[in-house]
Design a protein around this ligand. Structure first.
Ligand code: NAD
Ligand code: MG
Length: 386
């Protein structure tokens, strides 16, 4: 029986994780669940899984949760101090940490889990984008395991040997990172200028949280994923190529020096990468639909368009620039996306605001997680008033 904490249990990845765990109740015990706003769903999850702890930061919501749990005779202890996220990530009874909070709020729990040698199932790509070097160094120094949940990275992970020292040693030539292209793949620049948040969050293939849905529509998601792949697989920037594949059936590929390409395919359902991350390299039932090739139409491919989707270029440039650039890019993007979702900013205001932040802030690479958290706060503050 393995004890697991799900950070962000009320979100899209969090609920899919619980769907997978429901199939394997004899192997995984829910030790703690965390939510942010949706107290009713967090309560329902506690009622079903009876975790030792539940976390919700807002004081009033924490009180509501406590009351509901007491009324229903559930013994889950409610935590609400911000430092409790770190407490749960490093708890000695915890074996597995699902990092599925959205945004840089996931950075500290991911780091604490790394510092304490946990098996980390990483959905929260923003923590690697903002703190890739520190997180991966901490994982190595403490014998933790960092296992990708992002579907593309899970596909790459599944197309590589389970353990290896370097991509060179195993004859990897390139990583082919597939992208659906998002809901606006075929719109012109002029049409994109006036798209709305409501249109952006209707992804053609995947059902996801609002932030990542907007990131998919700007292709910033693919940019963040290039940075994520760079750190996860220790590749060079040049080794990662984005291939637009609108059907989202091939989840990514690895090309070897003999020109052989290994790909991972499946229906677009996050339960497959979640199940693999839980138990890799052994496979377990995921509950997602089997792919029926007879029902598939053509699989198509094309190159990304950096003019209509400038966020992708900004992410690549930030990765090449190094230092703090990716942390700045990530923080500015979070604020820009929130403004787009609120309707106060337009589609192309997102890359404009990120550009302003990248010009305003610079400096050498942060040395600690608290440096990154401080920079993240400062950049967000600047972006909120610009
Ligand atoms: P979501 O918005 O559906 O859920 C986010 C979760 O984080 C919720 O449980 C919410 O309560 C919690 N949360 C939000 N702000 C918080 C804060 N400040 N402090 C603590 N908790 C907070 O998002 P999602 O789609 O599940 O995505 C979660 C992460 O997984 C993101 O980093 C995303 O990029 C990544 N991811 C998601 C998918 C997907 O299919 N949804 C695929 C790949 C990667
Ligand atoms: Mg992805």
């Amino acid at each position: 029986m393995k004890n697991i904490v799900i950070f962000g249990s009320t979100g899209s990845i969090g609920t899919s994780t619980l769907d997978v765990i429901r199939l394997h109740k004899n192997s995984y015990n829910i030790f703690a669940l965390t939510g942010h706003r949706n107290v009713e769903l967090l309560f329902q999850q506690c009622l079903e899984f009876k975790p030792k702890y539940a976390f919700i930061e807002d004081n009033n919501l924490a009180n509501i949760l406590k009351l509901k749990l007491t009324e229903n005779k559930v013994k889950t202890e409610v935590l609400h101090d911000k430092s409790d996220l770190a407490y749960l990530a490093q708890h000695c009874e915890v074996d597995i940490v699902m990092s599925a909070i959205v945004g840089s709020a996931g950075l500290v729990p991911t780091y604490e889990a790394a510092k304490h040698g946990k098996r980390i199932l990483l959905a929260n790509k923003e923590s690697l984008v903002a703190g890739g070097k520190i997180i991966t160094d901490t994982v190595e120094a403490n014998n933790a395991k960092l296992i990708p949940v992002d579907s593309e990275h899970s596909a790459i992970f599944q197309s590589l040997p389970f353990e290896y020292n370097s991509l060179d040693e195993i004859g990897v030539n390139r990583i082919l990172l597939t992208a659906s292209g998002g809901p606006f793949l075929n719109l012109s620049y002029a049409e994109l200028e006036n798209v709305t948040a409501a249109q952006a969050i209707k992804h053609p293939n995947w059902s996801m949280g609002q932030k990542i849905s907007v990131d998919s529509s700007t292709l910033m998601n693919k940019g963040l994923e290039i940075i994520e792949a760079f750190w996860l697989f220790k590749s060079t920037v040049e080794q990662i190529e984005v291939v637009v594949h609108p059907q989202s059936i091939i989840h990514s590929m690895v090309e070897y020096i003999d020109s052989s390409i290994i790909a991972q395919l499946g229906s677009p359902d996050m339960k497959t990468p979640i199940a693999y991350a839980l138990n890799a390299p052994q496979r377990i039932e995921s509950g997602s639909a089997k792919l029926d090739f007879m029902q598939l139409n053509a699989l198509t491919f094309c190159a990304p368009d950096y003019i209509r989707f400038p966020c992708l270029q900004l992410a690549i440039e930030s990765l090449k620039y190094g230092g703090n650039a990716c942390a700045i890019l990530n923080a500015a993007n979070e604020v820009a996306v929130a403004k787009f979702l609120a309707g106060t900013h337009k589609f192309y205001d997102i890359p404009k605001l990120i550009n302003r932040a990248l010009e305003k802030f610079s400096g050498a690479g942060a040395k600690s997680i608290s440096d990154i958290v401080a920079l993240d706060t400062e950049v967000k503050h600047f972006c909120l008033s610009n």
